[in-house]
Design a binder for this molecule. Structure first.
Ligand SMILES: *Cc1c(COP(=O)(O)O)cnc(C)c1O
Length: 400
């Protein structure tokens, strides 16, 4: 899964370019930076790699989501439909712009169930936010059709699925805007960082200003820049962008390794007839950062987890159902609207209703799901050993 596993000379070289000049900021200082513009280079590399018109780097993936929502004009009282299975950043970003996160069920794609999305639409719905979890994609044709019918924005959270495609197009570039995270455990990393990608010039211009206190970036003198709207500081630093620049150039290598290792592990697990796999709307587009698979029941899945834990080999196998950061069931802070400051009444009402909402469809799927992270540094013998031990633990859990 993560690019940090293959930290190397290229990363050091790009960081050293920045250290040589000492200009760590992405804007200004034109003379002393001696032509070193890592953030601009990385933004260009993002548009070329993923095939989109514009990219705006940010300080994190969460900042990218917040920026994208703001750039689309989503704010107070607007409802954003998102999945019950995601990372907490999804609702954090929605709440931070004053909007209301509307959580709905996922299906066996581990992403938004289009039927559940349809049922959740109200007069206040402004945006559908699929989260392409664990390296693979939502059913974007179905979601796009719903957006078209109801005149809604499609904002793709592709933070976990860098390099994955849907029908030939990169995830993140298909909706009105998309986001990537380059945090330390993502497919490519900047240490901390993120990006908004879009093909819409106005959305991009909004992102450019919003991430830098509203600067219009039209002049050569920062102090004389105009501020057409209020922004924040979600800037990336040149040091972070330098790491990302080295990593994005290695992305196709990472994906190649990931796909091979994923196929090898899947080959072993599919020898167990009781194991089934995640549904993938476009199997060719899977980035293969994880292999996500199902056991027949919650009880058997929990027995597998317990057995792996007992043997001390659970690491890298994620049982999201019991995880505090990725599934609604464990988000008590959200369900109790535990904020440090006052939320607006629409937000508070919506959050306090969450405990009475029925997520049994998501429960049925997540309670039987394991995602196995695919490493870039496994050698073949390790995959065979890992797969064999997993199969033994599965068979024990199945009572075979
Ligand atoms: C990692 C992640 C984010 C947030 O990214 P950060 O860079 O860690 O802020 C958002 N959404 C999903 C699905 C993620 O996995």
């Amino acid at each position: 899964m993560p690019g940090y596993e293959l930290w190397g000379e290229e990363e050091k070289k790009h960081v050293n370019d920045v250290l040589e000049t000492g200009i760590l900021m992405r804007y200004g200082f034109d003379t002393p930076r001696k032509g070193i513009w890592k953030s601009i280079e990385l933004e260009k590399a993002i548009t070329e790699t993923f095939g989109c018109k514009y990219a705006q780097l940010t300080s994190s993936g969460t900042a990218a989501l917040t920026t994208a929502l703001a750039a689309l004009g989503i704010g107070a009282g607007d409802e954003v439909i998102m999945p019950s299975f995601t990372f907490v950043a999804s609702f954090e970003a929605v709440l931070s712009v004053g909007a209301v996160p509307v959580l709905v069920d996922v299906d066996k794609t581990l992403t938004l169930n289009p039927k559940a999305v349809k049922n959740a639409i109200t007069a206040n719905t402004k945006c559908i936010m699929p989260v392409h979890m664990c390296g693979s994609m939502a059913d974007l044709d179905a979601l796009q059709a719903i957006c078209k019918e109801h005149n809604l924005f499609l904002l793709e959270d592709a933070c976990q699925s860098i390099g994955a495609t849907y029908k030939g197009k990169h995830l993140g570039t298909i909706g009105n805007a998309g986001t990537f995270s380059f945090d330390f455990v993502k497919t490519i990393t900047c240490a901390e960082g993120g990006a908004v990608v879009t093909n819409n010039q106005t959305v991009y211009t909004n992102c450019d200003g919003f991430t830098d206190h509203g600067h219009d970036h039209k002049g050569v003198d920062r102090g004389a820049d105009l501020h057409p709207f209020i922004g924040y500081n979600f800037r990336i630093s040149e040091l972070h962008a330098a790491v990302g620049l080295a990593q994005i150039k290695r992305l196709s290598t990472f994906l190649h390794i990931q796909r091979n290792n994923h196929a090898a592990l899947k080959n072993i697990l599919q020898q167990v007839p009781e194991v089934s796999f995640r549904e993938i709307p476009d199997p060719n587009g899977d980035s293969c950062t994880f292999l996500s698979w199902f056991l027949p029941t919650e009880e058997i899945t929990k027995a597998f987890v317990a057995e792996m834990k007992a043997q001390g080999i659970l690491a890298g196998n994620f049982y999201w159902y019991a995880n505090n950061w990725h599934y609604i069931k464990q988000w008590q802070h959200l369900q109790e609207a535990k904020s440090l400051y006052n939320y607006n009444p629409q937000q508070k009402d919506a959050l306090l209703k969450l405990p009475s909402q029925n997520f049994s469809d998501s429960d049925a799927i997540l309670s039987c799901c394991i995602s196995t992270a695919i490493s870039l540094v496994w050698i073949n013998e390790q995959i065979i050993e890992k797969g064999t031990k997993m199969v033994a633990a599965i068979n024990k859990a199945l009572g075979k």
